[in-house]
Design a protein around this ligand. Structure first.
Ligand SMILES: Cc1cc2nc3c(=O)[nH]c(=O)nc-3n(C[C@H](O)[C@H](O)[C@H](O)COP(=O)(O)OP(=O)(O)OC[C@H]3O[C@@H](n4cnc5c(N)ncnc54)[C@H](O)[C@@H]3O)c2cc1C
Length: 272
């Protein structure tokens, strides 16, 4: 029996570990992001210099061989449930007996003009961290869009390197959908005291390019133009299931390891 797991995040690796505990089946974990499982929640500490990449990988390199968990680096483009095969973007075919989807999420974007420019990134994947690193030297200002926990993490990351940050928050007070009013107000003050340019009740309207196709400024919903060399898009995430479209048949997949359910899924709009 060959059990193939798409995704080497916490869900995929937990599934692999438990399958190994309970069986001798062949296990392959596929990831397009990294060779080894790493703790996504610790990404910020790598940027801030508190930890190195190696230190956010919970398992030693020998763990995978010892536990006979094969790793495959590649992106699955298509699943064919009838032939029980996967196609990768590189043209490889992988056969499976059981398939576990543990593909996590990706950063939301909401069709803003300029959202695909160089210098516009979410904070989810290892590659987002690399993008932040690449753009940080000499960066005059970062604009972060979205007042949630990932947005405030990104603000702290840039702030740790003394890069000025403008923080666009749609709500009238930071995280007021979750926090009591007084505490939300206290966080506003704390953000401002740390020198972050907090703009409440302000949304992104457009991102402007320079002559090289890199972002140079944002236009906000208040009509203001703010010059910046980086735009952080932190407006939530959506399940990484786009590659299943077309191949999907209701009931074809028996197991799925994914901790996040989107609103769309929970109302039953997506079947796979
Ligand atoms: C910056 C940040 C901080 C966070 N902090 C916290 C926190 O403090 N506490 C908390 O509880 N949660 C936190 N989270 C959320 C938490 O990290 C996620 O809930 C968790 O990583 C989800 O795990 P997962 O295994 O389901 O998916 P993921 O970790 O997303 O792993 C899925 C993997 O599958 C890969 N993949 C997807 N599609 C394909 C494909 N077609 N082919 C090949 N590979 C594919 C992806 O590239 C990815 O590597 C944070 C998230 C971020 C981004």
């Amino acid at each position: 029996m060959h059990i193939v797991i798409i995704g080497n995040g916490i869900s995929g690796i937990t599934a692999a570990r438990y399958v190994r505990k309970l069986s001798d089946h062949r296990i392959t974990v596929i990831s397009d992001e990294s060779d080894y499982f790493f703790s996504r929640t610790a990404l910020m500490y790598v940027y801030m210099g508190h930890m190195r990449q190696k230190e956010i990988q919970p398992y030693e390199d020998w763990f995978w061989e010892k536990n006979r968990i094969e790793r495959f680096r590649g992106k699955v483009a298509q699943v064919n449930y009838d032939s029980k095969t996967l196609q990768t973007t590189q043209g490889e075919t992988i056969t499976y007996d059981k398939l576990i989807l543990a593909t996590g999420s990706q950063s939301n974007k909401f069709d803003w003009p300029g959202q695909d420019l160089d210098g516009v990134h979410g904070l989810y994947h290892w590659q987002d961290l690399e993008a932040m690193e690449r753009h940080s030297p000499g960066l005059q200002r970062a604009v972060i869009v979205g007042g949630g926990l990932i947005g405030i993490e990104m603000a702290e990351m840039f702030h740790s390197r003394h890069i000025p940050v403008t923080f666009l928050v749609r709500e009238k007070s930071f995280w007021n959908l979750v926090l009591p009013a007084d505490e939300s107000e206290m966080i506003n003050r704390h953000i401002i005291e740390h020198g972050i340019d907090l703009r409440l009740q302000t949304e992104l309207k457009e991102i402007l390019p320079d002559e090289n196709g890199k972002c140079r400024a944002v236009i906000t919903s208040t009509g203001e133009e703010i010059a910046c060399g980086f735009v952080g898009i932190t407006v939530g995430v959506s399940p990484n299931i786009g590659f299943l479209k077309g191949a999907a048949q209701e009931g074809s997949v028996q197991k799925r390891a994914h901790p996040i359910r989107s609103k769309q899924e929970s109302i039953g709009a997506t079947h796979f």
